[in-house]
Design a protein around this ligand. Structure first.
Ligand SMILES: C[S@@+](CC[C@H](N)C(=O)[O-])C[C@H]1O[C@@H](n2cnc3c(N)ncnc32)[C@H](O)[C@@H]1O
Length: 245
């Protein structure tokens, strides 16, 4: 069943303290993103605006965030009211929304794996393309497209349980549980292979698609011993991908 983030908004925010998110997901994403000063940015599946605010603080402007969940957008707007950065938020379904503007950069941290069918995935990627200026870039975090049993086993070292609901083919549902300080957050998304991503990116019109190896920041490497990072370095459950229009 699809995950409604209205129901898990508070718990989801607690996952940001997981060392994998802090020292690898964020680090690799921003390495791939590069300099966004003076760039217009559309952050899709922005959630409570965690990355939207980070991109704005790095000098991007204007910045717009869109998410399917009214509760996530309510939290993003509350953060904007508490510490105004000039970010605009709106509720929307990326698979259906079409063009809302022409941006230098589109970001999407955990969007694509919420597509349940390839036509929904195509709708999302078409929307990303439609919102980019010619030459503009999209940078995304998504599920590991080369997921294997070894990746599933490795995540258990990091308080994460990933349970595919069938053979690892395109579109199969994946239940994920992340243990957080006050319990656990559970959500369901879908597996997509590199071949499926390549098809939808090509069909949308993207010139290039580049997969970035997951990295760990110097801070993360200093805070935890090599044995801690080893399973994740070999078998990360997420990937960063960028494309250029
Ligand atoms: C795992 S959260 C990520 C939020 C944020 N990017 C972050 O990393 O903190 C996934 C988000 O995707 C949103 N989402 C799922 N399907 C979507 C869709 N079709 N259009 C827009 N947002 C969607 C959910 O509401 C949820 O807020």
């Amino acid at each position: 069943m699809a995950t409604n983030y209205d129901d898990i908004a508070d718990e989801y925010l607690q996952t940001k303290v997981n060392p994998i998110k802090k020292y690898s997901e964020e680090f690799t994403f921003f390495q791939a993103l590069g300099d966004v000063r003076q760039q217009s940015v559309l952050d899709l599946a922005c959630g409570d605006g965690y990355y939207t605010r980070a991109v704005r603080r790095q000098g991007a402007a204007p910045v717009v965030g869109i998410d399917l969940s009214p509760e996530m957008i309510r939290q993003a707007e509350a953060a904007e009211a508490a510490g105004p950065l000039g970010i605009t938020y709106r509720v929307g379904d990326v698979a259906q929304m079409g063009a809302v503007g022409a941006f230098d950069v589109v970001t999407a941290v955990y969007l694509l794996q919420y597509a349940a069918t390839e036509s929904e995935l195509q709708g999302m990627v078409n929307a990303i393309y439609a919102n980019l200026k010619p030459g503009g870039r999209v940078v995304m975090v998504t599920g590991q497209p080369d997921l294997t049993e070894a990746h599933l086993a490795a995540q258990r070292h990091y308080e994460v349980i990933i349970e595919p609901q069938g053979p690892l083919a395109d579109g199969v549902s994946i239940d994920t549980t992340i243990f957080v300080p006050e319990g656990a957050v559970k959500f369901t998304n879908h597996h997509w292979t590199k071949a499926a991503y390549a098809r939808v990116f090509r069909q949308a019109g993207f010139h290039s698609v580049v997969w970035y190896p997951m990295q760990i920041s110097a801070e993360g490497l200093a805070l935890y011993p090599p044995e801690y990072w080893q399973p994740y370095q070999q078998y990360p459950a997420i990937a960063v991908v960028a494309g250029r229009r």
